[in-house]
Design a protein around this ligand. Sequence first.
Ligand code: ADP
Length: 449
Amino acid sequence: PHDTVDVVVVGSGGAGFSAAISATDNGAKVILIEKEPVIGGNAKLAAGGMNAAWTDQQKAKEIKDSPELMFKDTMKGGRDINDPALVEVLSSHSKGSVDWMTKMGADLTDVGMMGGASVKRAHRPTGGAGVGAHVVQVLYDNAVKRNIDLRMNTRGIEVLKDDSGKVKGILVKGMYKGYYWVKADAVILATGGFAKNNERVAKLDPSLKGFISTNQPGAVGDGLDVAENAGGALKDMEYIQAHPTLSVKGGVMVTEAVRGNGAILVNREGKRFVNEITTRDKASAAILAQTGKSAYLIFDDSVRKSLSKIDKYIGLGVAPSADSLVKLGKMEGIDGKALTETVARYNSLVSSGKDTDFERPNLPRALNEGNYYAIEVTPGVHHTMGGVMIDTKTEVMNAQKQVIPGLYGAGEVTGGVHGANRLGGNAISGIITFGRLAGEEAAKYSKKN
Ligand code: ADP
């Protein structure tokens, strides 16, 4: 048995939904398959924001930014091994992607600061609530509105090609239907990364063996095998990102925005040890170098009030509080006297406007209002930068950089956009921009074939 469409999209994260919607809007008949019983992949879990430059939302807040600056920050964050052509697509399309999402009903009016960014460019819903859940919900609603054929519990197994090497569809396995073909001119792989697969992770980067992961269970990388079996080349596979702040108590990822909005990081000795909003790889390494391989995010009620997400952490019980730093220290096993001195010192740096200790570039607020909070954090595997090689039209390429006709890739399954290290806020940005582009390109291609 088989079904015939123009485009099959594999994976229902942000990239997959964006691709399915844009392919549909460009006239293609689409099937979207998802191997798990739930939609949204890791995209749904993203908490930071959607990076975009020179948007109306930034203008309304008088934030000066440009695609050139976003390009520069992204290359620097990725240690310059990113594919510049892909980063150019990311930064120059970012405003268009925010507008596209807004037109579909998303609220991306809050703009926050994230690590490695020169200015505030992480777009998220009012109040700073989880951007990923919101974006996935809006995409899902729009897919439903378009009657897109979404098939859950359906795994993409093998891309099928004709004798000339053109894609002809994909072999899938439905939980109840078993194996069957979907015939199509184009297949878009949007299967995400493999951070949840510690065996695969540790093979590529032994220092991450046994690390916990923030990812959903489906993030094991079988989509990469599908791409490779179809002739796609993989690149930058050894670059695997640990998120610096996973809550030790609850295993939840504590968004970078907590630091961006003013929290500091201290060790058990009660001392700061790093520019809190440095890039993720540097922050992770710094935390692992502390006693007990963990550290504490310390903040007050003014930081709590600035970010609604923090109330969720408090609700989960991972952010104990006290009305003094000495008490908090006693509760958490931090040197309370040193902690008190550290916060006083930090507050004096905030008033002077310059962090002469660790060169933290933003000092949003002093920590002296209401209660104090501590979240114990340690790094966990969060994102895999490497993946299948694509060109600026999202066409999958083989090792000789020849395009595999009809095969496209978008999102975390691809390599090159984020280089050696992804900046917070660039995942949601990338999956929407490249997903949108893949849908458009695949629809155009299928019309010609
Ligand atoms: P991105 O952020 O790039 O959109 P996500 O992790 O959000 O990636 O989503 C990828 C989705 O693809 C997940 O929901 C995952 O379960 C799904 N997926 C992964 N491999 C396959 C496969 N072989 N067939 C179908 N779905 C897959």
